[in-house]
Design a protein around this ligand. Structure first.
Ligand code: FES
Length: 318
């Protein structure tokens, strides 16, 4: 057939193209031994899965940063190498070209090529499901491991610590060394951070239990209506957690009788129920009601009557 006749035939959409067969060089795989390539690719996926899984373990166990990079790098390398090799060696390689006539293919033509592809794929990739399963495992485990940083960065659940402290009725006030606070312990103007006895070294709760105890005088102080018994012998106790952003309110300005937060300089008047007089803190510091037991030691009348620290979305008290 002359070149012109071939071209005419190609331009005629009604003339069927010859059916594609397995021997079509366009559909030939790029390797002599497809089964061997399939095995090699399966191993690459296995190594990829192991690498990503090791990355997850390294992250959870806090192994060295070097191991994080190495395991993640190797995992992604093997998975990517496997996908690339699959496309390169096991898929039909072409080149696919044909003289263009009408842009749609005849129905018979489409069916022929589809059948050839299905047949060829079935012949070359015998363990398609295995490969897909391994690739899916690699992608799946990567997706799960990618969630680890997000979840761990949220930190431990706060539990009841948002609303409850360990202060209870009768809790003995102790300093950070566990020494009980006697009524003679502080001079007027003195200040100390106290905790409920037994919880002074509890890493989980010291943040919410910490309470600043000030000896503001020598006689009972009434900071608000209804608190006539809360500050005996001049001792006033307020939560040390700033109601703005939770910094420890540990500075006491004796002359002005103000507690000062070092973070954004909120100032709380100790004689007025720790109402903020300056700064961004939106609420007073909760006051801990005190009493002096028969042995002369300071104890709590009860826990705080409201959550300590900054506001949060479920907080109902203002
Ligand atoms: S945390 Fe205390 S003023 Fe901001």
């Amino acid at each position: 057939m002359s070149q012109d006749t071939e071209l005419e035939a190609a331009m005629d959409p009604d003339l069927p193209l010859p059916a594609t067969s397995l021997d079509d060089p366009h559909l030939r795989e790029a390797v002599r031994n497809p089964e061997g390539a399939e095995r090699a690719i399966a191993w690459l996926f296995v190594l990829g899965v192991i690498g990503v899984a090791l990355f997850g373990a390294a992250y959870v166990q806090n192994w060295k940063p070097f191991t994080l990079g190495l395991t993640l790098g190797l995992g992604l390398f093997f998975l990517g190498f496997g996908v690339t090799a699959w496309g390169k060696y096991l898929m039909p390689q072409g080149p696919f070209s044909e003289a263009r006539h009408a842009l749609h293919s005849a129905q018979a033509e489409r069916e022929a090529i589809a059948a050839a592809l299905v047949e060829r794929t079935g012949v070359v990739v015998k363990r398609r499901r295995v490969l897909l399963g391994l690739l899916g495992s690699g992608m799946g485990i990567f997706g799960i491991v990618a969630l680890f940083p997000l979840l761990r960065s949220l930190g431990p659940l706060p539990g009841l610590t948002l609303t409850k402290t360990n202060w209870r009725r009768g809790s003995l006030l102790v300093d950070s060394n566990g020494r009980a606070i006697h009524v003679e312990a502080l001079e007027p103007g003195g200040i100390v951070t106290v905790f409920p006895a037994g919880f002074e070294n509890n890493d989980q709760t010291v943040a919410v239990d910490q309470t600043v105890l000030i000896r503001a005088g020598t006689t009972a102080i009434v900071t608000e209506k209804g608190r006539s018994t809360w500050a005996p012998a001049g001792y006033i106790a307020y939560s040390k957690l700033c109601t703005h952003a939770g910094c420890p309110v540990g500075l006491y300005e004796k002359q002005l009788r103000l507690l000062v937060c070092p973070c954004h300089q909120s100032m709380f008047n100790i004689d007025d129920g720790a109402v903020p007089e300056f700064g961004p803190a939106p609420r007073p510091l909760p006051q801990l009601p005190l009493y002096i037991d028969r042995a002369g030691f300071l104890r709590a009348q009860s826990g705080y009557d409201q959550p300590v620290g900054p506001g949060y979305y479920e907080r109902t008290t203002t």
